[in-house]
Design a protein around this ligand. Structure first.
Ligand SMILES: [Zn+2]
Length: 539
């Protein structure tokens, strides 16, 4: 379904006078300095700000400083808050007590590639909440709450669970003494806070602002003899003051001017370019695909060895092998020549490589179109794929079978991490949404029993679970795992978040690879009960 949405468009300044450039530049320097001042304040009082919401943070800072024009302060303080948001979350997460017990050694349960049944696998630990850890977790949040707890545990008007909760805290305090628990909590607090006490340093001069003028944000130059055809008008430092920036406007790229005029309250971003130029980025209305209520997902695995895309229904789409082989050959030649340290790649050869790369990009776009047409024909409207980054393809490093083509070289040249963006772009035309999931463990996870093990991949072609024996084509298995991350509610809630633009698609939460593993493994105990559900996914 297509709905109205926002897109940003870039306007480049054109013949901007020195004095205007300096005025904007000086303002940016001022904003940057203030950002760093606020950042220092936050990092030295981390505890004070840690639980504030963004809106309260902005309100608080406005009142504290009140020196920045109201056209800029909201974005300035929001930018600082966002830079600290992850720190706040990390500190809150670290300030938790858990009981960790060593639970012994795990052994391999069956023979696999490098290990035999009964070989040492790993040490394992159990993390659990106890009465003591619950008490400490409360005290670390509310350190001076002894009196409060006393009152609460005697308060008969409280609900039963609340009463039990405070009674437990009181019992623990009676057992270990408040001073002792307090010092433990303090130690943890200061260790964690110390670790996160470095201020975030802002370096970029880019700044954001909002414009609330009665004149249109973009206007034609009424002086028709001038070479400047348009101006962007933004609210400037004083209330009601206006700054006009001469820009180039192209109907083909920017679209009709009237769509910028719908709002009298416009957000924009100013960036500094080379040669005294700036760019102004403003929002415009456009359309975006929103998945319908009844969404039909399709997992897609991206790989290079056997095909480019493998869908969770088993269909595969191959890339243009001839082009990729041509590229591989050229790159091998260049690598040979580069053994001579004085060798510099010639223009002709570079052009040749660029041409092949462009052709590959084009053919990949066509391939994405083919996938979308296929999905349309099957009534599938929501793609789930991995959030591939530049480390994609490192699985091939150790594969001796690839010696005929230098796969790593080709992979980096192909820039496959951009495939997700190409797919998003193409899919939109077909009314298909694209969600992204973490790429960690998609190839090593068993969708039937949840086991994660290097041994699950005896070779590039095969998936064979070392624990339950589930066997599948390796690429298809990955596609199923990718799909499961949105189909299984537990995984979806813990691994993914809704995209900020609120179009119903998911993106990966910012998690460490060990956290992803923990979440995947946490499903294991439940999985045995869910086998039926999974089997319906598998067929
Ligand atoms: Zn298994």
């Amino acid at each position: 379904m297509l709905v109205d949405s926002k897109y940003s468009k870039i306007f480049e300044s054109y013949l901007l006078s020195d004095s205007k450039y300096n005025e904007i530049y000086n303002h940016a320097v001022e904003i940057l300095a203030h950002k760093n001042l606020v950042s220092n304040e936050v990092s030295s009082n981390l505890e004070f700000y840690i639980e504030m919401s963004k809106n309260n943070f902005v309100k608080f800072m406005r009142a504290k400083y009140s020196i920045i024009s109201s056209n800029f302060d909201y974005h300035l303080y929001s930018d600082v808050y966002v830079a600290y948001e992850n720190k706040f979350k990390a500190v809150q997460k670290k300030m938790k007590f858990e009981k960790i017990t060593y639970s012994g050694v795990e052994y391999y349960k069956r023979n696999c590639k490098n290990k035999k049944k009964g070989d040492f696998k790993k040490h394992s630990f159990i993390k659990e909440k106890t009465s003591l850890s619950n008490c400490l977790n409360f005290l670390i949040k509310y350190p001076n709450s002894e009196l409060f707890i006393n009152n609460q545990s005697n308060d008969n008007t409280l609900s039963e669970p609340k009463k039990l909760f405070y009674e437990n805290i009181k019992n623990q305090i009676d057992k270990f003494g408040f001073a002792r628990l307090s010092s433990l909590v303090q130690l943890k607090r200061s260790t964690v806070l110390n670790k996160y006490s470095n201020p975030v340093e802002f370096k970029s001069l880019t700044f954001r602002g909002r414009s609330r003028l009665t004149t249109n944000i973009i206007s034609y130059n009424k002086n028709y003899n001038s070479v400047i055809n348009n101006f962007i008008n933004i609210s400037w430092l004083e209330r009601g003051s206006k700054l006009s920036i001469p820009v180039k406007y192209s109907k083909k790229y920017h679209g009709l001017l009237k769509k910028y005029h719908k709002n009298t309250d416009t957000e924009y971003r100013i960036k500094f370019l080379k040669n005294q130029k700036i760019s102004v980025i403003i929002c415009t209305d456009g359309q975006r695909v929103i998945p319908d209520n009844k969404t039909n997902f399709c997992g897609i695995d991206v790989n290079v060895k056997h095909n480019l895309f493998c869908l969770s229904d088993g269909t595969t789409f191959d890339y243009n092998r001839k082009l990729v082989n041509d590229l591989a050959k050229e790159l091998v030649k260049i690598d040979e020549l580069k053994k001579d340290k004085n060798y510099k790649i010639g223009k002709q050869r570079q052009n040749m490589v660029d041409t092949i790369k462009n052709k590959i990009k084009k053919s990949n776009e066509e391939l994405c179109s083919e996938v979308c047409k296929y999905l349309n024909s099957k009534g599938l409207d929501h793609i789930v794929m991995e959030n591939l980054d530049n480390s994609f393809g490192k699985n091939f490093v150790d594969d001796k079978n690839n010696f005929d083509i230098n796969f790593n070289r080709v992979l980096s040249a192909l820039n496959l991490s951009s495939l997700k963006d190409i797919m998003k772009h193409v899919a939109m035309k077909y009314g298909i949404s694209v969600s992204l999931v973490q790429s960690a463990y998609t190839s090593k996870n068993c969708p039937v029993c949840g086991c994660i093990d290097d041994g699950n991949r005896p070779d590039q072609e095969t998936f064979c679970c070392v624990e339950c024996g589930h066997k599948d084509n390796a690429d298809h298995n990955s596609a199923i795992n990718i799909l499961n991350r949105v189909l299984l509610t537990v995984l979806k809630q813990r691994l993914l978040k809704l995209n900020k633009i609120d179009d119903g698609t998911f993106e990966p939460k910012d998690l460490k690879i060990s956290e992803v593993k923990e979440i995947l493994l946490s499903l294991r105990s439940n999985l045995y009960k869910k086998v039926e559900i999974l089997h319906t996914v598998l067929v």
